[in-house]
Structures are given as structure tokens and as C-alpha cells.
Write a protein that binds this ligand. Sequence first.
Ligand code: SF4
Length: 485
Amino acid sequence: MNESRERTDARIERNGDRLREECGVFGIWGAENAARLTYAGLYALQHRGQESAGIVATDGIEFHHHKGVGLVPDVFSGNVLDTLPGSIAIGHNRYSTQGSSLLRNAQPLVVDFREGMLALGHNGNLVNALALRNELESQGSIFQTTSDTEVILHLIARSKSTEIERMIPEALARCQGAFTLVILADGKLIGVRDPRGFRPLCLGRRGEAHVLASETCALDMVGAEFVREIRPGELVMIDGSGVKSYSALTPKPSRACVFELIYFSRPDSEVFGESVDQIRRRLGRTLAKEHPAPADIVISVPDSSNSAALGYSEESRIPFELGLIRNHYVGRTFIAPQQMKRDFGVNLKFNPVRRILEGKRVVVVDDSIVRGTTSRSLVAMLRSAGAREIHMRVSSPPIGWSCYYGIDTPNRKELIASSHTVEEIRKYLHVDSLGYLSMEGLRSCVSRPDDHCYACFDGKYSEWYGEPLGKLAMERPQTRIEGRR
Ligand code: SF4
């Protein structure tokens, strides 16, 4: 089996049939035990990346770092945090795709260059990473990882400037795609969002300390108050004189990932100025208006669909029930024995509640359907638990296109909605009816509909690397040097 095939299979294996966020970032400046607080922040952001984690801490000169493969508490078990002293720290959770290079590509990446030490954590995906890497390699650069993030480090190191607040924008001006970064350099904590703002980043305050985090749930975790979101194209630099803001990158129309609101972010977070829970309830209510169903109960595919199912229930006045229970301890299915997955499949993750389902007409609310394989297994499971009718309702439009901006999606041809009508999907899932939220319905649920990316629904990519769109859309891009971040 060649490497890319192996990689794809590994991704499918670990990914199941869900889209996966590919990382969370956290940073703190001016706190005693910065590494411990970063650990707590990463813990809250665990849903954004579960395969590796890392923390870099400093008091301004020496960098102390630790990273490893696994969940946050596994990577930082024992007294590891005691080896990371300092009042400034950044951390990173990662979901990646290639077993052999998991540790090599774990972040934050740390380098020692002419201006001193620099550490960087990246959420997103550079769509022109391969072109940049080829250029840099042809000029003599030697890469240590297969990650697109290292390209950013090389570009920063090559800057003619000597001030970090100039070097970073100069490097990022060459990058296309999605990049939310936290950086430690020169005793400063720096946060940046790409000009389209694909991925979120917020600023918080904890006493005298300043905090950066992918989502507000991480601020809550460390007892920090939400101050504001970092704007698309903005660079913030935090040091003893406070928070300085720079309009670092040429503005472009905003393309905040709408899937952060549908599925990726935690429902207790505020993201892109929206309450994630409230948005999902709105999606569910709109779905109920667009696709009513003759049913006795509404259930969710837990946990990410809970809010949408509650919204559907509120609007339809059909009672919400806990008909499916999720096993929360299978987060590391990628290291579970293959035989377990072959034998038990979706049962590893979900268990139906027979007493609730027996003889009932059931509305099942899910936030998305990717390949359809998990939904099909779930439906079979619900039927075997006694559900009389199953009406599947999806709180997003059909996913017909791959994501190139930091979300792990299969090739387009593996997305069931890229080649099947809704009726064909209904038949494949063996459900009595199937209804997806419309694009208009989705847009009506967010406060600034024109500011979002919807490319996985409509194929309208705002950033790509120059290939004809048809080719880009059909194949996984080679710019994905390896698991994006
Ligand atoms: S393509 Fe989809 S998942 Fe990717 S950034 Fe756009 S909305 Fe988000």
C-alpha cells in the first residue's frame, strides 16, 4: 500500500464518518504557572484535536516545551507540567492524519533562528503550502516536518525585518488559506487571524494576565473574562505594556467557517460573535419549519446535535427524548484494536434506549451527513431497538464539497451528497423521510450571513492555490502536505 493510500485509510479509520476540526490553540501572557493554565485551556479545547498536544512556556529567554501523542491529560501526565516554568505559554491540540509522523508534526513548533527562539501553533490550512515549500526547498531550506505550519516558520525566518511585528505580517502576506496562529517570540505572546477569518480566535483577561484561545469555553475554563474576538487580518502583540493591535494583513471579505457554528465548536462557546448553542437551536427550529415530520419523539445524535434537536422539538412541539446514549470514553478509537471496530462498529460509540424508542415514530436530528455510513448504521440500530418510523433531519445543507481550510474532509467523491440526490440518500439510509436544512434556512440563522464560508455546501471556494476549481474540488489537494493545522 502506498503512503498516501495508507494515510487516507488511516484517516477514514480514525475519522469514522464525521468531519473533524483539526486543532485548537491557546496562549497566555503574564500568569504564574502559565503552563498549568495552558493545560486547562487545552483540556477545554480537546474536541478540536485529539491526537497530539503540546505546550511551550517561557519567561522570555529560555523555552521549555513538551509535546506528545494522545489526549491532553495523557501527554501531560505525572509531573510534566513542573518542567515547564514561566509566565508566558502557548499550547496546541492537534488532529493529524499520519501515524508515523504524529509526534514530528505535533505543535507548537519551536525554532531557534537569528532573532532568538520562536514557537508557533497553527489552526487552519495553507492552500498554497506546497508551492511555497517547493520554492523554499529550491532555495536551500531544509524541512523537519511535513506540516504546512513549518512553511510559515521558514518565511518568518527569511524576513529582512528585525522586528517580530513586521516579520510575521511579511511572512503571512505570502500565505493563502486559513491560519489562526499563536506565537511566542521575544518575550511576547502574539495572535493572528488570516484576512478572511476562517478560524476563530478570542482575547480574554484573567487579572493581570492576557489570554488567547480558539473558543471562549477555554477562557471559562481558566477563569478569564472574554474581552473580544481578534479581527480577521489583525495581529495582537501582548507584552508588559499591554495588548497592541496591528492591522497586519490586507483585508479581504470575511469567510468565517459556518461549520464552526453547526458542529465544530462547543455549544457553550461564543464564536464569531454568536452563541453556538443559540445558533444550533435556531438551526433546529428552522429545520422543523422547513421539514415537519409526523412523529412521537425527537432524538439527537449526541452530543453535537443536542442543541439542534432541542430547537426542532421546541418548534414542532414533539417531545425531546434521550433515545441514543453516547459512550464518551471512545475518544481514542484510533488506538483501539481494529477487530473491536470491525465487530462492534457504531455500537462502540452509541447505544439506543429501547424503552424510549420501542413502537415510536422518531425524528432523528443530526448536524451533518458526510459519507452516510454512520447514519445508515445508526438507523439500523434504532430500528433494531424497536423504532417504528425514522425521519432523519439534518441541521445543515448537504455536504457536497471538500474543505481546504483546516477541516478534515474526505475526497469529494466520498461525500454521499456529491453524487446522490436526497431521495437516493434516503433510500441508502433506509429512513422513512429525510430533510436537510436549506442554504436559505442556514443563512437566516446567522447574524451576518455574507461573512461566512459555505464552500462545503456550495463549492464556492474563496481561496485556492491556482488549480482549476474542478480539479481542486474533485481531489484532495497536494497542498495538504500533511495533516493540516
Ligand atoms: S468549506 Fe465548510 S468546513 Fe471548510 S471552512 Fe468553509 S464552511 Fe468551514
